[in-house]
Write a protein that binds this ligand. Structure first.
Ligand code: SAM
Length: 300
């Protein structure tokens, strides 16, 4: 292997190369990535058929081992054992950089835990590609991965990052896109965002606008791969001590303390980037709900 200056292998142990592969355009692979893929003893891949296509396109013949979300602890251990015995292994994922919201992270962590060398072979990642074309601040930014698909974890996820004053990057499935845009609108407000679809592919498209506009555009969902980039929360939230509080909760708090509907809406609008129409509708909903609550005083 021609590689120089990398982490020295200890006691003849092999190295785990974490190799980035294209997120669409097959030409987005580095010369170094190809050299590593050609020279290793094994390639560990999420979807062996998918990776076989990539390797065949570059005339690379190397045994492919499967590693995915359901690989058992023994399966993981077998790959680590190969490394211990001196095998050079390249870890690839279906698309982009292994370890970024994909199962590869478990193998990387296990390899590090065994104090074996791990070497990055950098290249494409959808998160970075989307961030750089979003037109939003590219630092600081937070990579949030996929929102949980449902339930309390999902609500907690959106609440937890509601007041984060840095650009937020999320992965999402095309099917869930409308629901996620709605949750962003409900919890984070009508911020500016970019919806980066099918990056580096034939139908690449970057929508830039507000969350409510994106909801209009994508109300029926979409196709292909999607990455969302959302501007940071207004800085005022932090100074007002409103961390982890969505605009709807703040609105409700104003109403609960007896503020008029108009004042509550105005205050929330000052703090968050929420459309007046949405804030009014939510305030009316809370008030109606409260008026309908059974009399807690019991029978008279
Ligand atoms: N490890 C990969 C990386 O570094 O980009 C990401 C793996 S994650 C399982 C797959 C998600 O990445 C997709 O659901 C989508 O949100 C995003 N993604 C992948 N390819 C994309 C593309 N070409 N355009 C936009 N987003 C993409």
């Amino acid at each position: 292997m021609k590689e120089r200056g990398r982490t020295p292998a200890k006691h003849g142990a092999g190295t785990l190369y974490v190799v980035a592969t294209p997120i669409g355009n097959l030409q987005d692979i580095t010369l170094r990535a190809l050299e590593i893929l050609r020279s290793v003893g094994y390639v560990v891949a999420e979807d062996t058929r998918h990776t076989r296509k990539l390797l065949t396109a570059h005339q690379i013949r190397v045994p492919i081992l499967s590693f995915h979300a359901h690989t058992s602890a023994e399966g993981l251990g077998r790959i680590v054992d190969l490394l211990k015995k001196g095998a050079q292994i390249a870890l690839v994922t279906d698309a982009g950089t292994p370890g970024i919201s994909d199962p590869g992270v478990a193998l990387i962590q296990e390899t590090v835990r065994h104090d074996l060398p791990v070497v990055p072979i950098p290249g494409p990642s959808a998160a970075i590609a989307a961030l750089i074309v979003s037109g939003l601040a590219s630092q600081p930014f937070a990579f949030l991965g996929f929102p949980p698909s449902r339930g309390a974890h999902r609500t907690k996820f959106f609440l937890q990052y509601a007041s984060l004053s840095m650009t937020r990057v999320l992965y999402e499935s095309p099917r869930r896109l409308p629901r996620t845009l709605q949750d962003i609108l409900d919890h984070w407000g009508n911020l500016r965002l970019a919806v980066a679809r099918e990056l580096t592919k034939v139908h690449e498209q970057v929508f830039r606008g507000t969350v409510s506009h994106a909801l209009d555009v994508y109300k029926e969902g979409t196709r292909g791969e999607v990455t969302l980039v959302v501007e940071g929360a207004p800085a005022a939230l932090k100074s007002e001590g409103l961390q982890n509080v969505s605009w709807k909760e703040t609105l409700q708090a104003y109403l609960d303390q007896g503020d008029s509907l108009r004042h509550a809406v105005e205050e929330v609008q000052k703090l968050y980037r929420v459309r007046r129409r949405d804030a009014y509708q939510a305030a009316l909903h809370f008030k109606r709900h409260k008026d309908e609550e059974p009399d807690k005083g019991g029978f008279s």
